[in-house]
Design a protein around this ligand. Sequence first.
Ligand SMILES: NC(=O)C1=CN([C@@H]2O[C@H](COP(=O)(O)OP(=O)(O)OC[C@H]3O[C@@H](n4cnc5c(N)ncnc54)[C@H](OP(=O)(O)O)[C@@H]3O)[C@@H](O)[C@H]2O)C=CC1
Ligand SMILES: CC(=O)[C@H](N)C(=O)O
Length: 198
Amino acid sequence: MTKGIKGKVVLITGGSTGIGAETARLLAERGAKVAIAARRKDRLDEVVADIASSGGTARSYALDVTDKSAVQSVVAAIIADFGRLDVLINNAGLMPIRPMAEVNTDEWDQMIDVNLKGTLYGIAAALPGFLEQGSGHIINLSSVAGIKVFAPGGTVYSGTKFAVSAISEGLRHEVGEKVRVTSIDADFSHLRQFRVIL
Ligand SMILES: NC(=O)C1=CN([C@@H]2O[C@H](COP(=O)(O)OP(=O)(O)OC[C@H]3O[C@@H](n4cnc5c(N)ncnc54)[C@H](OP(=O)(O)O)[C@@H]3O)[C@@H](O)[C@H]2O)C=CC1
Ligand SMILES: CC(=O)[C@H](N)C(=O)O
């Protein structure tokens, strides 16, 4: 892979809002060809229109990252549309804040499905192609909550982010000679849209 982001094809999951959408705008401004994927196609299309009006290249793909075969299909569609994939940013994630004592197993499932399994499905869809082409970069959004447990309230969220950090480190050990693996321990961003606030 040549150095620099210009001309690279980058898939950003959770690109409809927040950090994903802003990253898409920034990378497109720097010359990347950006593919953004999330459930809300209308929001994705607004980001794509924004990028296009500034002269950048972007396409949107409706995607629920909890659907393993849909993640595979979107990666295949991006390769068909752009000719290749160079970078995967596993950004889709959610952080409902709630004490464990409330035992909201639906939210626990959601965080595990999106933050953890969604990240793994992204890796599963992109890694074989990256290994075959001998290059690629997988960037996983972890968190400071993946280093220090964010409790009370963010215990399960932290659990998913500890797992994302562990998987990133293990993946780097296993494939790091061919594929770059980065885990971003992001701190609080004003972009977060809190879905559940105590
Ligand atoms: N903001 C912060 O302070 C920090 C954030 N992070 C991490 O950064 C990432 C982005 O956070 P942030 O920008 O704040 O979050 P937002 O809530 O603003 O955006 C989350 C994105 O994920 C998408 N998403 C949620 N569920 C799914 C799903 N099932 N399939 C596909 N896409 C999905 C949403 O799109 P849609 O609803 O359209 O599907 C949206 O685009 C997360 O992984 C978060 O944990 C880490 C540390 C700090
Ligand atoms: C625990 C936090 O608020 C962290 N910044 C995150 O959003 O992951």
